[in-house]
Design a protein around this ligand. Structure first.
Ligand SMILES: [Zn+2]
Length: 71
């Protein structure tokens, strides 16, 4: 998939490496892993675990996340 993108978009390996580095730093630690952070429940304000579908405290629907946020 990367080869197809590189051939058709002009992106280089340097672009990819820069993006991977930036994604790694999104959780505040450059460790080769990316951990999803809890979100705030829109109804009660409690912290909602990244993989939860509903808030533990009030059962409100948790915000939908991209599958890539859970990796
Ligand atoms: Zn809640």
């Amino acid at each position: 998939m990367w080869q197809l993108l590189a051939e058709t978009s002009g992106l280089t390996m340097a672009h990819l490496e820069h993006r991977v580095y930036a994604l790694d730093l999104e959780d505040g630690v450059h460790d080769g892993r990316r951990q999803a952070r809890p979100t705030d429940c829109a109804t009660c304000g409690a912290k909602v675990h990244p993989s939860a579908r509903v808030c533990t405290y009030c059962s409100a629907q948790a915000p939908q996340r991209s599958i890539f946020d859970l990796l």
